[in-house]
Design a binder for this molecule. Structure first.
Ligand SMILES: [Fe+2]
Ligand SMILES: [Fe+2]
Length: 367
């Protein structure tokens, strides 16, 4: 999982001052009414048939080693492969590295996501190895996601282009800080959030793959493209779950989509901190946006796509609460685009300013 907030990457390019990592606000928890647990129980057969086959069998899955220098080779040959990797990454601009590092750090906070997602009523793994299909999916998903951070982190380490100690410190802070996406232990919210997020991650990794290719690193392009393909498959699963919820419980599912968008779909790594820059997440988001890896416009595209995919404009027979949510969600895209246009115009009027990133040895990037 990975990338941001107008939800997602809402960042005008202005200096952001005095925003330190926020203490967690009081949150609504366990908001799903107990009778809805039965809906998820009744969908277990469906999940076995439609969700579990979307996990790739381990023996057919790629592993980080597929893309990395082979340490089982004699020292000289291994070093030649590391040197080739360093030669390939030599010409990649620093700003791409900031984006790659931020994405990798986001992937590395997987323990926080697994914890929160496994705390949803009706689908949780009660003891850690449950055969319940919802639990099997979450463990399989975590195992697939786990390779993303591992691979990117090792690649970045071998490149020599980034300050690993600062990066590791950021991961340490982030996992300790947790993740607050306001899912309320409610799988309606969890499925909606992950649908948006997996698609956002798919787009971000795909865009970095293109930039890596342009910079001459075909292997990095292949790595990011491979991760993007995983995210795409995950997106298909979560959007399929929401589709099913819209079929069996349309009003509640529609209200969940509206509520989630109203609360803003925050980036998984929104609590990132490196011990130095209190606005690190905003600065990282600004770089993402500037080099075209992920922006508020992309978020609007995702929203438009999902409205169409889920047929939200055509949903009928909704309760008044559901109808209200439908009107809100279906009218949101133009509002986000207008907001983005205004932010863009504002950013153009501002003088560029420099921000130092500890991840790249405190080199300054102009935002
Ligand atoms: Fe991922
Ligand atoms: Fe994913």
């Amino acid at each position: 999982m990975q990338i941001q907030t107008l939800p997602l990457a809402c960042t005008s390019l202005k200096p952001i001052v005095n925003i330190s990592p926020q203490p967690l606000k009081e949150r609504k928890t366990y908001s799903m009414p107990p009778e809805k647990v039965e809906i998820f129980k009744s969908l277990e057969g469906w999940a076995s048939e439609k969700v579990l086959p979307m996990l790739k069998p381990v023996e057919q899955s790629w592993q980080p080693q597929t893309f990395l220098p082979d340490s089982s080779l004699p020292t000289g040959e291994f070093c030649d492969q590391v040197k080739a990797l360093r030669d390939r990454t030599k010409e990649i601009p620093d700003e791409y590295f900031v984006v790659l590092v931020g994405n990798m750090i986001t992937e590395e906070a997987l323990p926080s996501y697994q914890t929160a997602l496994n705390n949803q009523d009706g689908i949780r793994d009660d003891y850690g190895a449950s055969p319940n299909p919802w639990a099997v999916w979450l463990r399989g998903w975590s195992a697939e996601e786990n390779r993303h951070g591992d691979l990117l982190k090792t690649y970045l380490y071998l490149s020599g282009r980034v300050d690993m100690e600062r990066i590791e410190r950021t991961i340490h802070y982030l996992i300790a800080a947790g993740w607050d996406a306001q899912l309320e232990n409610n799988p309606y919210f969890g499925s909606v959030y992950t649908s948006f997020q997996e698609r956002a991650t798919f787009m971000a990794h795909g865009n970095i793959a293109r930039l890596a290719k342009k910079s001459g690193d075909q292997v990095l392009a292949q790595i990011c493209g491979t991760i993007a393909a995983d995210e795409k498959r995950h997106e298909k699963v979560y959007t399929r779950i929401v589709e099913k919820l819209l079929e069996v419980d349309p009003s509640c599912a529609m209200v969940a989509i509206g509520d989630m968008l109203e609360k803003k779909i925050v980036m998984p790594a929104h609590l990132m901190y490196d011990g130095e820059d209190p606005n690190l997440f905003q600065h990282f988001s600004a770089v993402l946006q500037r080099i075209g890896v992920y922006s508020t416009d992309d978020f609007a595209d995702i929203l438009e796509f999902l409205i169409g995919q889920w047929g939200l404009e055509k949903l009928e027979g909704l309760t008044s609460h559901g109808k209200k949510a439908q009107d809100f969600v279906c009218g949101l895209t133009p509002r986000i685009r207008k907001f983005q246009e205004r932010a863009h115009d504002q950013a153009h009027k501002m003088k560029p300013y420099g921000i130092k990133f500890s991840w790249i040895f405190n080199k300054e990037l102009v935002l």
